[in-house]
Each structure stands twice: as C-alpha cells, then as structure tokens.
Design a protein around this ligand. Structure first.
Ligand SMILES: *[C@@H]1O[C@H](CO)[C@@H](O)[C@H](O)[C@H]1NC(C)=O
Ligand SMILES: *[C@@H]1O[C@H](CO)[C@@H](O)[C@H](O)[C@H]1NC(C)=O
Ligand SMILES: *[C@@H]1O[C@H](CO)[C@@H](O)[C@H](O)[C@H]1NC(C)=O
Length: 489
C-alpha cells in the first residue's frame, strides 16, 4: 500500500520534564514523526539517537559518505548496488565538503515482502529515503522554528552544545523489484532500465535537506468534517498534534496546537504576485499562521479545531498560498535577494512530496538542473547526461541552494545562521508548565463528525489523492519526508 506514506504529520506529545541536557527532536519512521527529547552529547544515557553500529568506527580516510548496506538479493545484483552506491558517494563528496562523515542506513529489499507494498495495477514504489532524525531549532535571524535534519545540523560546527548524534543520518530503502541499471554494467542502459545512480543521488539531496514542510495534510484531515467544500489549503507541519491514528480512531480526542514548523529550505521559498512580479517569503505566511490561537491551545476535539480554523484569518492565508503552490513558476527559491530556482508548482491538486520539494519540471528537465525534477526518465542515466552537462548531476543552481542551507560546497559560501535549540515557551499547553490547560471548544461552525467510519475515511483519503499521480507515467514522488515512488503504467 504505497499511500501509507501520505499520512498527516504525526507528532506525539510525549514531552518529559525539560532538563538542560535535553533538546527536542523528531525521529522519522517513514511518514511518522515522533516529537521527543533527545540528549546532548554530554549525557550518553537514554536517547532516541543512541543507535549502535560498527559503521561509525570503520570509516575509510577521506570518505565522508558511508553507505551501510543491507542487500537482500543475489550476489551479482548486490555487487551492482554497492558499486553504484560507492559511485554516488564519490559524486556527492566531489561537490559537498562535509564537516563530518555522514552514514546512510541503506537497504535493498523487496518492498512487496517487507512492506506489503506490491505492484498494484502497475504501481509500485521504487524506494524512499528520509533523515533519521531532525532537531527543532530556532533560527535567530528570523526567530522561526525549523526542523533541522541531522546531516544538515552536523554542518553547524559552532553549536555550543551538540546533540548525541544518531548513528545514521539518513535511512534509504530501494526496491529490488525494479529493473535497475547499475554502474558496473558494461552495456549501455536500455530503454526499459531505470538508472540506480540518478535515483540514489536524487534521494540523497532530499535526505540532505531538500524538503519542504508545506503540505495539504491538515486539509486532508479536516476536509471530511465539512459538508460543503472546505477550500484546499497548505500549511507547514504541525509542531504538536495528536497522532494521525488517534484522529482516525476517534475525532473526539483533544488536539494540542503549538503552531507550525518549517524545514530550513522553507526559508527560501517565495511566491510571486503576478500583477507586479513582487515576491514575498512563505515565512511571512508561516508567521501569520502562527498567530492562530497564539500557537497555544488545547482543542477539545478535531471538530473544535476545525471550526476555529474555518473562521480564522489563518485559513484564508493558507488558502491563498495554496493557489500560489499550484500555479506554474509562481514559487521561487530566493537566497539573499537572488532568485535561484523555480520550484515545482504545476502538480494539481497540490501533491505533498512532489510539489515545492522539486524544481520545475518543464523549465529544468532538459537542463543542468535535471536531477531534482519530480519525474524520472527510463533509459537514460548520469553517464549519458554527463556528456551534455559536464558539471555532473548536481547543477550550479542546486549547489547554490544547498550552500544556502549551510553546506560547504566548492566555490559557494555556506550560509549558517546562528541556531538555538527550541524549548517549549512557558505556559505551552500539555507541557510541564501547563499540563492541564482548559479545552478550547467551538461548535459554532460547519464542522461535523464525519459520517463515514474511520476506516472508510482512510480509503477515501488515499483513493482521492492518487489520480494526479496516476496521470503521470514515471514519477518520483517524495511524500512528506522524501519517500520515492515510481509508477509503472
Ligand atoms: C536501518 O534500515 C532498516 C530498513 O529500513 C530498518 O529496519 C532499521 O531499523 C534501520 N536501522 C536503524 C538503526 O535505524
Ligand atoms: C528574536 O527574539 C528575541 C527574543 O524574544 C528578540 O530579542 C530578537 O529581537 C528577535 N529577533 C528577531 C529577528 O525578530
Ligand atoms: C513580470 O515578469 C514577466 C516575466 O519576466 C514579464 O513578462 C512581465 O512583463 C512582468 N510583469 C510586470 C508587471 O512587471
């Protein structure tokens, strides 16, 4: 079931007493993100991050990207996989100068057997990758809260206190059931083959932080509660929310609202007002959205949240920004005043995992920036494309963008704002300073308990989100935290 990845942002509200040695982090398990406390490097005891592996102790000199591979295929295939991963590591380290080695937990496995994600009507996933963990940081240049994926935060070498880093920076899984072309193949790629190298490098760029937190997940959760159409909208991820499962199990569970949280890339997103061509940062909208209930409310249920949201200015802002995100070339990444690249906004309706976290398909597919378009071509690979684009797969605009995030890249200056660890503000609902807040109740609105059963809701939700994807022949789709899907039609 591939759409298990398109879940609502899930954070559980496990917040223990804040100690100075704790910081807040999100562990990512596919689409599920658990907000929790992680320890800093001073305390070695409990930590979501304390994973054990030999990989860390076995790093060849100068090798700054290590794939720790679990390959479940025959030895010839596994040889192809590991040769290609090594080549991908070479490509990445020839561009990025990492401050410390990054370790990727890579698996080459049969998705149908492992995840019950089987080729269904010609649709199957080819792989997925996501950071193992992100840390919740406040950017002191704009005081916005952002989730820093571990590989990116590792570049911020002047952090006074460092997290007790998780062993793995990125989890990546690739499906054995794809007709892959590996780099050690002496024959040229055939028209039926998919280049493994391109996909690994593409995924790695997402894992390094080319990911947006803007999604229509909240819309999808709220829409079934409204008889008349709720206008589509997007928001960044909810900092606190009860788990998606809990919302599905019962719409009557209390819902804490702590505001919205961006990824670092979101700082560069700007939308264009067509009549004037003036651009505005998405972050100005995030700020507006965070005025909703002052980012500190405990709704008695999703219904109360839905009614309050429906009547709010935040909803209008979220609807406006949605329209920008589905209008071609209306969203640009702008770094220090310089427009760098146009992001993917031609997918309608908005598709979490495709929209905004890729570059514009039409504008860049036949350019040096081809790597980060959201569709993949069969029968062509990096080897052929290198003769046309001698920079290699990581184009000049992409380099500028990744340097903007904080990576050190030849010829580009990394931009590394001063970051502080996020701490719950005093009085934040459901935290030690306000453990039993009063409920916000609002039944003065159109939201009603959904008539469909929770399981029917799941089906409707997933089915309704597929058609856009189905129209496109060969897609890499990064749902929430960068799962990669390919459709075979
Ligand atoms: C590594 O990836 C595999 C396959 O996705 C997963 O089962 C395992 O838990 C991961 N290991 C760690 C330490 O995260
Ligand atoms: C960020 O917040 C701090 C503390 O409230 C304040 O002193 C500072 O001026 C703010 N900075 C910006 C850029 O808003
Ligand atoms: C906006 O930019 C487009 C493309 O560069 C240009 O054709 C158009 O004339 C501009 N509009 C205004 C109002 O400046």
């Amino acid at each position: 079931m591939r759409l298990t990845w398109s879940y609502f942002l899930v954070t559980t509200t496990i917040v223990s007493v804040v100690q100075s040695s704790k910081l807040y982090c999100l562990t990512h398990r596919g689409s599920v993100h658990d907000l929790q406390t992680c320890s800093t490097s001073k305390t070695r005891s409990i930590s979501a991050a304390s994973l054990s592996s030999n990989a860390a102790t076995n790093i060849p000199n100068g090798n700054k990207v290590i794939f720790d591979l679990n390959c479940q295929a025959d030895s010839i295939t596994c040889e192809g996989v590991s040769t290609t991963l090594a080549k991908a590591a070479d490509i990445i380290t020839s561009v990025f100068q990492f401050e410390s080695p990054l370790i990727i937990n890579a698996s080459f496995i049969n998705f149908c057997q492992e995840y019950k994600d089987c080729d269904d009507n010609g649709v199957s996933s080819i792989g997925q990758a996501y950071p193992t963990i992100s840390y919740i940081m406040v950017d002191t240049t704009d005081n916005i809260t952002r989730m820093y994926p571990q590989p990116l935060l590792k570049q911020f070498t002047d952090l006074k206190v460092k997290p007790n880093w998780a062993t793995y920076d990125i989890n990546a899984q690739f499906n054995t059931e794809v007709n892959w072309y590996f780099t050690n193949n002496p024959d040229p790629i055939s028209s039926k083959e998919t280049d493994f190298l391109t996909n690994v490098v593409h995924e790695m760029i997402h894992g390094l932080g080319f990911v947006t937190s803007w999604s229509d997940d909240l819309y999808k959760v709220l829409a079934p509660l409204f008889d008349q159409d709720l206008d589509r909208f997007i928001t960044p991820s909810l900092l606190a929310s009860t788990a998606f499962e809990q919302i599905l199990v019962g719409y009557d569970r209390p819902q804490p609202f702590w505001g919205f949280v961006e990824f670092p890339l979101d700082k560069f997103l700007n939308f264009k007002v067509e009549s004037t061509n003036v651009t505005f940062p998405f972050t100005t909208i995030t700020k507006q959205l965070n005025y909703f209930m002052n980012s500190n409310a405990l709704f008695r249920s999703v219904i109360d949240l839905a009614n309050t949201w429906y009547g709010s200015g935040a909803y209008n802002h979220a609807v406006d920004i949605y329209s920008k995100s589905v209008t071609e070339l209306d969203v640009l990444a702008i770094i220090q005043g310089e427009p760098v690249i146009a992001l993917e906004t031609s997918v309608k309706p908005y598709s979490t995992g495709s929209s905004l976290c890729h570059v514009d398909q039409e504008k860049y597919v036949n350019s040096a920036e081809y790597l980060m378009v959201y569709t993949a071509k069969r029968g062509i690979g990096i080897t052929q494309l290198n003769s046309i684009y001698p920079h290699g797969p990581i184009g000049p605009k992409l380099r500028k963008l990744m340097a903007g995030l904080g990576y050190k890249i030849n010829s580009e200056n990394p931009s590394r704002p001063v970051l502080n660890y996020w701490n719950p503000p005093n009085g934040l609902v459901k935290t030690p300073s306000n453990p039993d807040p009063s409920f916000t109740v609002n039944l003065n609105g159109p939201a009603r308990s959904p008539t469909t059963s929770p399981s029917a809701f799941v089906t409707t939700h997933t089915a309704s989100s597929t058609p856009t994807t189905f129209n496109l022949p060969h897609i890499i789709n990064f749902v929430f935290l960068l799962p990669l899907l390919l459709l075979f039609l």
